[in-house]
Every structure is written in C-alpha cells, then in structure tokens.
Design a protein around this ligand. Structure first.
Ligand SMILES: Nc1ncnc2c1ncn2[C@@H]1O[C@H](COP(=O)(O)OP(=O)(O)O)[C@@H](O)[C@H]1O
Ligand SMILES: [Mg+2]
Length: 271
C-alpha cells in the first residue's frame, strides 16, 4: 500500500501521459521496457495508476477472504487493467522473486478468469490473462534476479517494464541476454512548464488551504520551480514547510520570502 497521507489526489500530468503511451507500446509488442528517472519525479505513482493497483491488486484475494462484493470489484478492475505491479523487497533472492511474481500472476489471472465467467478450477495455474508486468525499484534486483525475471518473461506472453533510477539502462546494457530483449527505454522527466505551475497551484490550494487567500504569483512560482527542479516529492515537502511558515507568522500569501524561509527548513535537495 502507498501511504495516502503522503500525497494528495493523483494528477494526470504530461509525464504520466507519456508513461501511459510507453506502457501501452511495451504491452502491445510484448517487449521489455526500461523506465528510468530521478527519485521523486512520480514513476511509482504513474505506474500504480496505470495498473489501477489501488483497485486491482489481488493481494487481498491471496491473503484473506475479502467480501464477495470486494472480490468482484477486484476481479472487474483486474480484468480491465490486465497489469500486475510488483515491488521486490530489498535483497530479494531469485527464488523469492519467482515465487512472488508467479503467485501474483496466478492470482491476477484467476481473478480475471472469474470475471470472464471461467471456471477457476479448470484454468489452474494459467497466467494467460496478464498482458503487462511492471517491476518497480528494479535497481534492487541482482544479476541473478534479473535473469529470473527474463526467464519468466521468456516463458510467458506479457510485456515487462522495469522501473529504476537513471543509470539502470546502462547497467542493463552489461547483460546482453537481458538487454537484447529491451524494446523501449523511457526517461521519466520532472515536472515542467504548465504542469509545474498547475501542480504547484493545485498543491498550494490543498496543502495551504486554510492560510492562503491568493494563488502564488509568477515570481513565487519561479522560485518554487527553481528550488524543486520540478520534483514532485520535493515540491510536496516544500509546500508543507510553506504552510508551516505561513501559520507561524500568520501570513496569507506565498511570497518569495516565505518560500526562502520554507526552503531553509528542508533537509535535502533544496540548494
Ligand atoms: N501524478 C501525481 N499526482 C499527484 N502527486 C504525485 C504524482 N506523481 C508523484 N506525486 C507525488 O510525488 C511523490 C513521489 O512520487 P513517486 O511516484 O513515489 O516518485 P518516484 O517513484 O519517481 O520516486 C508521491 O508520493 C506523491 O506525493
Ligand atoms: Mg518509486
């Protein structure tokens, strides 16, 4: 589960739309795709959104008996997305990776089968309904775990996306077996231009709703953009500090001074 308190509602940015195009292409061609971008730009959230993972995640069906209505909702969401989202744990062994992904694939595919009216006993371990597997935090995978992912990919018909930090594409290039199967590489960029000002204004309204009367002006937006570099996570942190500064000083406008004071409270990335 993602911690919902850490972020507000999802915003369909240009970068998210680019990710959707990339994921569709990987899925349609059953390729391996690499998605890389700096920490905090929104890769995980975009991928979870694409997979509709807050609704379609079949984990409740595997671990405890969800209510019939909840089961049906998961089945329907899964049938629509046909995408599995997986985050390996730190230092996951190839055996654990194989077990986890296989279990997810089987649960997800069975869930889709049920939605389509198929007999779950007849389909058995069938994983054919899954069209795309997204592995987040792929930097965590050892060479052996990557080989395992490639093996799963070779045996099945789904596309596979690995998400990681910049540099992952260079690391993969050192594994020719894996790299030869990579069809697309996608750079996930920070927020820019209209997206950045929209998200900033939107966040300001949400995060600082009680204190702020006016939207930040152009100078303030430029300062926020300079400090955060369009990084979603940093933007969120900065706005939380801005809210504190406004409250402590009983102010109602996000000025450059307020932003500078907020920046000085941030620990990382704001220089
Ligand atoms: N499309 C989005 N809409 C709203 N908030 C977002 C979006 N993308 C990212 N965020 C915010 O940025 C934070 C970091 O995003 P995340 O996807 O975890 O980044 P990454 O995986 O690239 O490190 C999220 O917790 C959330 O607060
Ligand atoms: Mg992430």
């Amino acid at each position: 589960m993602t911690a919902r308190r850490r972020h507000g509602p999802f915003i369909a940015t240009t970068e998210h739309r680019r990710f959707v195009e990339f994921a569709d292409a990987v899925r349609q061609n059953s390729y391996i795709g690499l998605c890389f971008g700096a920490a905090g730009v929104g890769k995980t959230l975009s991928a979870r959104r694409y997979a509709n993972w807050d609704r379609a995640n079949p984990a409740p069906l595997m671990s405890y008996r969800a209510s019939k209505a909840a089961e049906r909702r998961i089945d329907a969401a899964m049938a629509q997305s046909r995408t599995v989202f997986y985050t390996p744990s730190v230092g996951a062994s190839p055996a654990v990776l194989r077990r986890d992904i296989n279990a997810l694939l089987t649960a997800a595919s069975t869930s889709i089968g049920i939605h389509l009216g198929q007999d779950p006993d007849a389909t058995g371990e069938d994983q054919a309904h899954i069209e795309l597997v997204i592995v987040d935090e792929a930097d965590r995978l050892s060479h052996a775990a990557l080989e395992c992912a490639r093996d799963l990919f070779d045996r099945a018909d789904f596309g596979l996306i690995l998400i990681g930090m910049p540099g992952i594409e260079k690391r993969m290039a050192r594994y020719p077996q894996f790299y030869s199967r990579v069809g697309f590489a996608h750079h996930f960029h920070p927020l820019q231009g209209k997206d950045l000002s929209f998200v900033t204004t939107h966040h300001c309204r949400k995060v600082c709703s009680s204190a702020v009367r006016d939207s930040p002006n152009a100078r303030a937006l430029t300062a926020i953009s300079r400090i955060t570099g369009g990084n979603f996570r940093l933007l969120h942190r900065l706005l939380v500090q801005i809210e504190r500064v406004l409250k402590i000083n009983k102010l109602t406008a996000i000025t450059v001074d307020v932003i500078d004071a907020a920046r000085s409270m941030l620990v990382i990335g704001a220089n």
